[in-house]
Design a protein around this ligand. Sequence first.
Ligand SMILES: C[S@@+](CC[C@H](N)C(=O)[O-])C[C@H]1O[C@@H](n2cnc3c(N)ncnc32)[C@H](O)[C@@H]1O
Length: 299
Amino acid sequence: MADLRDTIEETQAFYDEYGTDEWDRLATGIDGALEFSETVDTLASTLPSSGRVLDAGGGAGRYSRWLAARGHDVTLLDLSRGQLSVAVDRFGDADIDGDGDSGVDADTAASVDTVSTVSPVQGSITDLGLPANTFDAVCCLGGPLSHLLDEGDRVQAVRELRRVAKPNAQVVVSVMGLLGAVQLYLLSGHNVAALPNLLKHGDYDSALLKRHGYENEFTATHFFRRDELESLLATAGIQVETVRGLEGLASPFHADHIQQVGGELTDDERQALTDVVARTNDDPIVADLSIHMLAVGRA
Ligand SMILES: C[S@@+](CC[C@H](N)C(=O)[O-])C[C@H]1O[C@@H](n2cnc3c(N)ncnc32)[C@H](O)[C@@H]1O
């Protein structure tokens, strides 16, 4: 049974206290930059050019801002009012009252030349509280599904994502990968004694960590295998078209000491690294090994 610290409420409290780290994450280091660029490249090639998009578990709103700049009307839903406040700070003034009526201009961001709206809404992906058949595309990016420890909650959440999507709309989901996490912990020397058990079920929770005498350095997280992500989406009737890695072969850069090596690369070397990652991310083995993997499906 889940420890109190492994509940949705705990995740909410964790992200409420997380400040701007979520916003910074996608612009920090080789891994953050790859996660962002590979995600938006996929969105650019799969999403319709206009229409309403749900950014579910959108946190501090990096993807919402990108979507708004592209001309979409964006609903940014997140569990954490703290993260929504960071998003609003980045976009300009808006009320976060949970009713979805408060649009904010995204044109305060330097790179935004298309004025569109982002409506912040506080809520959970397990019960979106939004009308069915509403969105031209639905995104759930960076791992919100990984914060649901209970498998039934994960099934409920993907059903919700499908329910609010218009028929045949794109549903784009990224989660945290189990093999990528295990490799990272091996490289960083963290939680190593817990890894054989983590591999069995993918649940990084307080029960696992306590058993091995470790502190929870993150918040409760379910790490996915690639097949498992595909099966979960299929459970909700979402037809999976592709699953790819995001950081892919460069996933080890998530470890601080390897990140330092990345800082020493020349611009040409950095470009070569990006090319290698982009060319290999479609490989099923690479997707499975990635810190984050992204699935594109249809409702
Ligand atoms: C790793 S962050 C990703 C945020 C954003 N999508 C990004 O990639 O920058 C995970 C986000 O999921 C949110 N989250 C976790 N569980 C959630 C739930 N049950 N419903 C909605 N949001 C949730 C957290 O508050 C946090 O903002």
